[in-house]
Design a protein around this ligand. Structure first.
Ligand SMILES: O=C(O)C(=O)C[C@H](O)[C@H](O)COP(=O)(O)O
Length: 214
């Protein structure tokens, strides 16, 4: 897939789970991306939460062609520009502003905007975004909320993130308006610190085998 053809739907349909990754050590980035891709998880959300996040995105983009690196925790147009300049091929935001939506359209980069209310869904869809991150999913109503949204927003696909785990992922993925889920459990801090790439590949394999309705 090239940057120009990747769509938000491509991002959410590639695998049942998008890993939410926090990296504090640039030297871990390439090995981690390879470990996840080896387990069938190619769409990787590297959060802009650490000072080295952009360097990690740059390294994965340059050295792991089997993965598609994106940036998470994108909060502003400036974040979006910096992430794309580093090589991010999709962006994920915890919330939504029209300024961010406009910036991503100018950058021609797919965005999964974060929403937690009907009004936010209406704002994002009015701006042309129909593949949305539901964040924080569990805390904002979880599965019952998604069922309620399916009525008025049946054309919208969601990636619930926040509080999703192997224990409840199946309940989210069984819904007709859930394309995939996001979660941090594929990259446990302990496994990362120990550079236990085999453990991370095993978690990715299990995640890529989760059944989904969409
Ligand atoms: O930083 C962001 O922009 C985020 O997307 C926050 C993440 O969605 C949550 O940190 C997911 O966390 P878990 O509940 O541990 O899976």
């Amino acid at each position: 897939m090239t940057t120009t053809t990747l769509t938000a739907l491509d991002v959410v349909q590639d695998a049942p789970v998008i890993p939410v990754i926090v990296l504090n050590d640039t030297t871990h980035a390439v090995a981690l991306a390879k470990a996840l891709a080896a387990g069938g998880i190619r769409m990787l959300e590297v959060t802009l939460r650490s000072p080295v996040a952009l360097d990690c995105i740059r390294a994965i983009a340059a050295e792991v062609p089997e993965a598609v690196v994106g940036a998470g925790t994108v909060r502003s147009a400036a974040d979006a520009q910096a992430a794309v300049a580093a090589g991010a091929r999709f962006l994920v935001s915890p919330g939504y502003t029209s300024e961010l939506g406009q910036a991503c359209q100018t950058l021609q980069v797919p965005l999964l905007p974060g929403v937690a209310t009907a009004s936010e869904i209406m704002q994002a869809t009015a701006d042309g975004y129909s593949v949305l991150k539901f964040f924080p999913a569990l805390q904002s109503g979880g599965v019952p909320m998604l069922k309620a949204w399916f009525g008025p927003f049946g054309d919208v696909k969601f990636c619930p993130t926040g509080g999703v785990s192997p224990d409840n992922a199946g309940q989210f993925l069984a819904l007709p308006n859930v394309a995939c889920v996001g979660g941090s459990w594929l990259v446990p801090a302990e496994a990362l610190a120990k550079q236990d790439w085999a453990a991370i590949t095993a978690l990715a394999q299990a995640a890529s085998r989760l059944e989904r309705a969409v």
